[in-house]
Design a protein. Structure first.
Length: 350
């Protein structure tokens, strides 16, 4: 093996994407072993159907929220309020549609979604104000909206599940343009974020703020504006995800919509290799992490894990992936393997 090939192999081993991708492939193979037709994708009436398409569609809201969370975490922050924002977005959109003079009109649907996303921008600006201007710790600042936001959503819906009948609104969650529209929206946002952060200076500025906010401010970077912007963007992503979730079932359930989705988003970001300490981040890793979380959820049902231990099973898998990602854990495992090999070699010589 040449030195160049050896260096490429070592770089591949050190990549933070190796273990999440390996876990994703393993989960997919488990599903194929149980359901041989798992990889089958069919085209029917111009629409693609199949288990893989379902994973992408169901994982679209998590991917959207994880994208916003990636940029927040890159600035040394965290946003625990995205689940509440999901509930608020769905509640505002559905109550606006049902209260309109023409609930089935496309104009009503667009107006309702615009109003919901506008409110989400305000909520994101509120989080950014608490963190960037008042200097409140991100986990505390967003915990306020996490707690109060779901109550606000309950007030908007009067504690009821609000159902709607609007084809335009339903298309956001269940519509197709060959692929489900939810997948196309999430991939479009992913591409836009990738271009803005990797083809412009914005990504470097976000990393600079995350590595050292004080030094970046002294260097002329408007760190306060950067922090404010990422929280607004995270809330916007959560709002779009909330519209997807509500449109998919044609209803707003303020009590359950987006419940604990913030934890799935944070897990997706961390599994993708972005450090919670801020600085460098990986959008591709976030995509892999979101797919891993959704595939894990699908696998739980495929292998028939009892509902009462579903969360425990997911936690064990996620913990295993995190452990094999940790440099210290890998180093300890290598030392044990080398120790076992040297012991075997000694016994052979003896």
């Amino acid at each position: 093996m040449t030195g160049h090939a050896r260096s490429r192999r070592n770089a591949l081993r050190r990549s933070p994407l190796v273990w999440p991708l390996s876990a994703l492939v393993a989960l997919l193979l488990v599903n194929v072993a149980i359901t041989p037709s798992f990889f089958d994708v069919r085209l029917q009436n111009g629409h693609l159907y199949g288990s893989l398409v379902d994973i992408l569609r169901n994982g679209a809201p998590t991917l959207l929220i994880a994208l916003g969370m990636t940029l927040v975490i890159a600035t040394r922050g965290i946003d625990l309020s995205v689940g509440a924002v999901v509930a608020i977005a769905g509640a505002v959109a559905c109550t606006t549609i049902t209260g309109a003079s023409d609930p089935s009109s496309p104009v009503t649907a667009f107006a309702a979604m615009g109003l919901a996303l506008g409110l989400c921008l305000v909520l994101g600006a509120w989080n950014g104000f608490l963190v960037a201007v008042l200097g409140i710790q991100p986990i505390i600042a967003t915990l306020v909206l996490m707690t109060a936001g779901r109550g606000v959503a309950m007030l908007i819906t009067d504690g009821q599940i609000v159902t709607v009948n609007n084809a335009t609104f339903a298309a956001v969650g269940a519509g197709f343009v060959v692929l489900p529209l939810a997948i196309l929206i999430s991939l479009a946002v992913f591409g836009l974020v990738a271009v803005l952060t990797r083809r412009t200076a914005l990504g470097m500025l976000i990393e600079a703020v995350g590595v050292n906010p004080t030094a970046s401010r002294l260097a002329g970077v408007r760190s306060r504006t950067i922090v404010w912007t990422v929280y607004v963007f995270a809330a916007l992503c959560a709002g779009v995800a909330g519209l997807m979730i509500s449109a998919d079932v044609n209803a707003a359930d303020a009590n359950n919509a987006g419940l604990w989705i913030e934890l799935d988003a944070i897990l997706a970001v961390v599994l993708g290799g972005t450090a919670l300490s801020g600085g460098r981040y990986s959008l591709t890793g976030t995509l892999v992490g979101a797919l891993l979380i959704q595939t894990l959820t699908t696998t739980v049902y495929t292998i028939g894990v009892p509902s009462e231990v579903t969360l425990v099973f997911k936690a064990v898998v996620v913990l295993a992936v995190c452990l094999v990602q940790a440099p210290r854990a890998r180093a300890l495992l290598r030392r044990r393997v080398r120790g076992a090999e040297s012991t075997d070699a000694t016994e052979v010589r003896a």
